[in-house]
Each structure stands twice: as structure tokens, then as C-alpha cells.
Design a protein around this ligand. Structure first.
Ligand code: ZN
Length: 274
């Protein structure tokens, strides 16, 4: 267990006094619990070995104490505030024509996100994977980014670490380019049941994969690690890239949710046998 006197894992300078740091950003990761006001519940699918355990009902996206200092937490809040303008309202912006949406094949579209602060979107994605990697919560134990890569992400995040938005934006303006680690984002244009989405962190590396409610993200260490050319076209490989794959409801269900659901069913069956 970490203590408030431990050092912040991001800045490695201040005391990690912050309690309840969300590992997955809250604005991305709580829709699956259902509407506010109604009883909110989701399922924890934290492990490939979940068959051994009873399904754990969770009321909130996992939080952790004493991993960050107040300033580093505020910095992540700045990134989230800007990123929420993309991930929180892409549908409206696509409808308004601000973001462009192009059909690739049946069931698959590509969203080009325009007029956003691209640096922030890249840093925001890295901040999620970094948090998942450093987290000691059992929910995230399957995703551990290789040490040197995790440290590269930390140092990159530290370049722009400011607790308020103005200072942060000034820091990016002063030094607007940085090394891009490729990433891919997926979501669906509609969902069979909003509350049937999940938080999931399967065992993964090369690329690292996470499922955050209505979004699925992959992180690659370098463009050479993206084996399929098909995927390269959908990935964000350069600073100017900001795109997302939009799957049909059916494809999202079959390609993204099926495996976690199968695990959930297996887990429920196994726990009944006990
Ligand atoms: Zn800190």
C-alpha cells in the first residue's frame, strides 16, 4: 500500500498526497455505470484468471490513493479538460461538420478530428497508459508497460507539466514538437446498450490495449510495431494526426466486447459451481 509520504510517481519530487486519483479519466469511464441517480453498477473483469473469482460489481471506475501529488493530478485534469472536447462530443462535432467522417468499408468509418490541440490529445492518451501501467490496482495488473518505455512516457509528460491551463499551453507553444508513440482509438457510432460497455485491461503488450467504456485504445512503441498496414492507416503516427476508427454497433460488439463478455459469463458460471 502506498502512503501519503511516498513520492509522486510522475514528478518524483513532491509527496503523493492526492487521494482518489482516477486511473481511467472519469469523464471517459463512467457511462457504462448507467445514468446518474439510478443505481450504478458495472463489472470488474480485471484478470484473465477471473474464472477463479466471483464477478466483482464495481460502482465506480478504479481510483487509487497516493500515486500523485496535487499538482500532477491538476496537470492531468488540464489534459482531460481539453481532450474531453474530442472524446466527449465527437458525434456532435461530426454532425456539425467540424470533424470529418469517411466511410472506409461497410461498418467502419474514419473520423478525422480537426481544430484541436493535437499535442494535448497525444499527451492525454499517454497519460492514460502511464497511469494504467503504474497503477497497483488489481484491475490493471495485466497491463505493465516495459520499464524504459514507461519512463519515456513519464519524461515526455513531465516536459509540459503545469497545474493550470495557461501555463501548460504556453509550455507547449514554446516547445511544440515531441516524439510521437503511435496510438489508435476506436469507438462505435451507436451501442446496443450504453450500460453494457465495460472497463477492461486485458493482458497485452505490443501493442498495449485498454477498453475504457465506449472507447478502445492501443499504444505502440514505434510505427514499425504496427504489423498490419490496414491498422497503420487508422493510427496516429505523427503530431498532425488525430483520428479515430468508428465501428458499427455490430462490429463493436463482435470485435471489442465479445471476449470480455465471454470471460464474464465464464466467471459467473465458475462462481456458481463453487
Ligand atoms: Zn507530482
Amino acid at each position: 500500500m502506498r502512503k501519503p509520504t511516498d513520492t509522486c510517481l510522475l514528478c518524483k519530487a513532491n509527496s503523493a498526497t492526492k487521494k482518489n486519483s482516477h486511473i481511467y479519466p472519469k469523464f471517459l469511464s463512467t457511462n457504462f455505470l448507467g445514468p446518474k441517480g439510478a443505481p450504478r453498477r458495472g463489472y470488474d473483469l480485471s484478470s484473465d484468471k477471473i474464472a477463479e473469482n466471483k464477478p466483482r460489481v464495481i460502482q465506480d471506475s478504479p481510483k487509487e490513493d497516493y500515486i500523485l501529488c496535487e499538482e500532477c493530478e491538476a496537470y492531468f485534469g488540464v489534459l482531460e479538460g481539453i481532450a474531453s472536447q474530442v472524446f466527449g462530443s465527437w458525434e456532435q462535432k461530426a454532425t456539425d461538420g467540424e470533424f470529418s467522417r469517411n466511410k472506409i468499408i461497410e461498418g467502419l468509418q474514419m473520423l478525422e478530428v480537426n481544430n484541436v490541440h493535437n499535442q494535448t490529445i497525444h499527451l492525454f492518451i499517454y497519460s492514460i497508459f502511464w497511469r494504467v501501467s503504474i497503477s497497483l490496482d488489481p484491475f490493471f495488473k495485466n497491463v505493465n508497460i516495459a520499464d524504459e518505455f514507461e519512463e519515456e512516457l513519464r519524461q515526455l509528460l513531465m516536459l509540459y507539466r503545469h497545474a493550470n491551463k495557461t501555463d501548460y499551453l504556453n509550455a507547449v507553444s514554446a516547445n511544440p514538437s515531441f516524439k510521437i508513440f503511435p496510438w489508435t482509438a476506436m469507438t462505435a457510432d451507436s451501442f446496443k446498450d450504453e450500460t453494457a460497455n465495460l472497463l477492461f485491461a486485458p493482458f497485452s503488450y505490443d501493442p498495449y490495449c485498454i477498453l475504457v467504456d465506449r472507447f478502445s485504445f492501443m499504444l505502440f512503441r514505434s510505427p514499425d510495431d504496427i504489423k498490419q498496414d490496414f491498422f497503420k492507416g487508422f493510427s496516429n503516427l505523427q503530431m498532425r494526426d488525430c483520428r479515430m476508427m468508428i465501428l458499427s454497433q455490430e462490429l463493436w460488439h463482435d470485435a471489442i466486447l465479445k471476449k470480455p463478455y465471454e470471460l464474464l459469463v465464464k466467471q459467473a458460471v465458475e462462481s456458481k459451481k463453487k
